[in-house]
Design a protein around this ligand. Structure first.
Ligand code: SF4
Ligand code: SF4
Length: 204
């Protein structure tokens, strides 16, 4: 009979004392290693809705929909498709909110009963609409983020400084001018790039 080597004998004794290395899933919940790279999760509080994560995702696992209701309220729905994601972490690395808007978690469980309903996760952000044409400009939190980065330079751009003043509560959030003629008087408004150009070039 061939005798076991010393190392193998040591491993065998350790296994008897410590128990198996494998977990007892699914009988008991599996707790992954702290460094496990699992599903990324959005952080509603930190995300500013800039879409940088969507741009860099190599497999299109992040998407968005801009929804404008008839009553004028608008929101951006950010969607993460958990069944497409490859957990590469590019979204977290590119996140402009100090990599806090989306983060890899240690959530590894990917099984679900209804793929249509359960294979995606969403968050919603308020959208800022152009005060003339009503088209979406950016998420309100994103405009606020840009204004904070620019500091006093913000005051060279009416869209940014009005967004900033609204976020600080200095200007009423619901205030909107009755004038919608793309004329000079409309320059001090929150405008999309097209309307900003047209109000600047028009000489009414
Ligand atoms: S972890 Fe990679 S694949 Fe998954 S959403 Fe982020 S960038 Fe896309
Ligand atoms: S803030 Fe981060 S998580 Fe939110 S949209 Fe931008 S890159 Fe994505």
């Amino acid at each position: 009979m061939k005798l076991p080597k010393i190392r193998e004998l040591g491993e065998a004794i350790k296994a008897v004392i410590k128990g198996p290395y494998t977990s007892k899933f699914p009988r008991e919940p599996h707790i992954p290693h702290p460094n496990f790279r699992g599903q990324p999760k959005f952080n509603d509080e930190k995300c500013v809705g800039c879409l940088a994560c969507e741009e860099v995702c190599p497999v299109d696992a992040i998407a968005h929909k801009d929804i404008v209701d008839d009553n004028g309220s608008a929101r951006r729905v950010m969607i993460h498709y958990t069944d497409t994601c490859i957990f590469c972490g590019q979204c977290e690395a590119a996140c402009i909110a100090d990599s806090e808007g989306i983060k890899l978690s240690n959530d590894w469980e990917l099984s679900f009963f209804d793929r249509e309903k359960e294979s995606s996760e969403t968050i919603e952000k308020d959208l800022q609409l152009c005060e003339i044409c009503g088209s979406p400009i950016a998420c309100k939190d994103h405009l606020k983020w840009i204004a904070e980065k620019l500091g006093e330079l913000t005051y060279s751009n009416p869209t940014l400084y009005l967004s900033r003043l609204k976020s600080l509560g200095i200007v009423d959030e619901n205030i909107a001018s009755a004038l919608k003629d793309k004329g000079r008087s409309d320059r001090v408004k929150i405008l999309c790039a097209r309307c900003r150009r047209e109000t600047t070039l028009t000489t009414k």
